[in-house]
Design a protein around this ligand. Structure first.
Ligand SMILES: CC(C)(COP(=O)(O)OP(=O)(O)OC[C@H]1O[C@@H](n2cnc3c(N)ncnc32)[C@H](O)[C@@H]1OP(=O)(O)O)[C@@H](O)C(=O)NCCC(=O)NCCS
Length: 421
């Protein structure tokens, strides 16, 4: 029994931010109808690795969905859209500002057509304020939400993070909003409009940087490895820990690009850690060394502390060092490359890298469902090909007859307009 079994979603989302949300809802059992223009979501053809096959960009974000193509620039296409609106619980989109309004479907209009439907919208900057007319992509959101100015080394250029916090992070926020609105709808019978701006979502994910921004008014940030007194804004922190405990990325054997382990020198573990590494780095009394006695001393002298830890780590691979640190309770994590993860027993065991088949591309892998529901575990299925379920949806969901379908097809409801000569 799937958690969202009775929920049907009209999914007009494209690229990453919206599809990541509707894919999650599909994994929880919702019937997600991917509603695409006749040429399809642009990502079907972007960064293609296999000729004439849907790209991994598309397949990895659109699994477990059904697909229909509808040309919203024809009156017949709009009729299909309205008919589907009446049969769905959620409509979601992440078009550029004003696209749905230009089709004639504002939230007010959609609410009038189906008062029970919940509408989810992702915009770069939301529907109000001076930035509301602008489009946005992942890195634009990372730049404007405060992530880039706080990522990288203090003296270097601002960096984007590999985690797609602007797109997938925003999709997660939308999923939470949609489920809350659905819950309220079940109580009141009325849907509502749920909007998430990518910039807002990134700010939310950078919450601790706003903690540090305000702390600066009262002095320096003692956990940073460089001086921060007097700075007007939260600086880039390199690999310094963002919390109350000290942390850093430590280089290991044999010194390749990903041969690092992140080590958190939690207050409670210093004694055991110092006793374990001290003798090997010529510091047999490290645990009693006054430079590192209290956390405040270790903060002040963290450069020396990291030097000793790195000297010790030079004799071990990141996995070997992990095996030394775990038994003495030191929180740590080897820097995992995608190759490390793809072959990791833990990852495979948790179904976080799942092999699937696809009619156009053959075997491929998707990252699995990170939210584990005990009574309704997700079964990851392949993404649909372009328009794969058009007829099925028209018949099953809308109850259309074969004649009706043929007439709508002839009127161009599901296809591109013929090219002008
Ligand atoms: C991502 C983004 C920048 C892409 O911009 P874009 O490729 O120019 O696409 P837009 O969303 O602005 O426009 C979509 C177009 O497809 C058309 N379209 C969409 N669905 C259609 C359908 N079923 N039938 C016919 N046309 C359709 C729209 O009419 C629009 O064309 P128009 O500009 O002539 O009205 C933009 O959609 C955006 O800012 N989205 C909100 C923020 C976001 O989610 N960004 C992250 C994406 S990962």
């Amino acid at each position: 029994m799937e958690a969202l079994k009775d929920v049907r979603i009209l999914d007009m989302t494209h690229v990453q931010a919206g599809p990541t949300c509707s894919q999650l809802l599909a994994w929880m059992g919702a019937d997600v109808i991917k509603f695409e223009p006749p040429q399809g979501d642009a990502t079907r053809g972007q960064l293609r690795d296999v000729p004439n096959a849907d790209s991994l960009y598309f397949t990895m974000l659109n699994s477990n969905k059904r697909a229909i193509t509808v040309n919203m620039k024809t009156p017949e296409g709009k009729e299909i859209f309205v008919a589907l609106l009446k049969k769905c619980d959620i409509i979601m989109e992440n078009f550029g500002p004003g696209v749905l309004d230009r089709f004639g479907f504002t939230w007010e209009k959609i609410h009038e057509i189906n008062p029970r439907i919940v509408m989810g919208s992702i915009k770069g900057f939301g529907s109000s304020g001076p930035y509301s007319d602008f489009k946005a992509y992942e890195n634009v959101a990372q730049a404007m939400g405060g992530a880039m100015s706080t990522t990288g080394t203090p003296e270097g250029v601002p960096f984007v993070t590999g985690a797609q916090i602007g797109d997938s992070g925003t999709g997660l926020h939308l999923a939470i909003g949609l489920l809350a609105a659905l819950h309220q709808r079940d109580r009141t019978g009325l849907g509502q409009y749920v909007e998430v701006a990518m910039m807002d979502a990134v700010m939310n994910l950078c919450r601790v940087k706003w903690r540090d921004h305000q702390r600066l008014a009262h002095g320096g940030l003692s956990e940073y490895s460089r001086p921060t007194e007097g700075l007007p804004a939260t600086p880039r922190a390199g690999n310094d820990s963002g919390g109350g405990q000290l942390g850093n990325a430590i280089k290991c054997k044999p010194g390749g690009v990903d041969d690092y382990i992140y080590v958190v020198v939690q207050e409670a573990v210093w004694d055991a850690l110092a006793k374990r590494i001290g003798p090997d780095v010529g510091q047999s009394n490290l645990a009693e060394d006054p430079r590192f006695a209290k956390i405040a001393d270790r903060r002040k002298n963290q450069g020396d502390m990291w030097k000793y830890i790195e000297q010790f780590a030079a004799n071990y691979t990141k996995r070997e060092f992990m095996a030394i640190l775990n038994p003495i309770d030191v929180p740590c994590g080897p820097i995992m490359s995608t190759a490390d993860l793809a072959n990791d027993e833990h990852v495979r065991g948790r179904e976080m890298y799942v092999e699937l088949d696809h009619p156009q591309r053959g075997k491929w892998f998707n990252v699995g469902m990170p939210i584990k529901l005990s009574a309704s575990p997700a079964v990851v299925k392949r993404s649909p090909t372009l328009g794969e379920h058009t007829d099925e949806i028209l018949r099953e969901v809308l109850g259309m007859s074969e004649d009706d379908i043929t007439a709508k097809k002839a009127a161009g409801a599901f296809s591109m307009p013929p090219k002008k000569k």
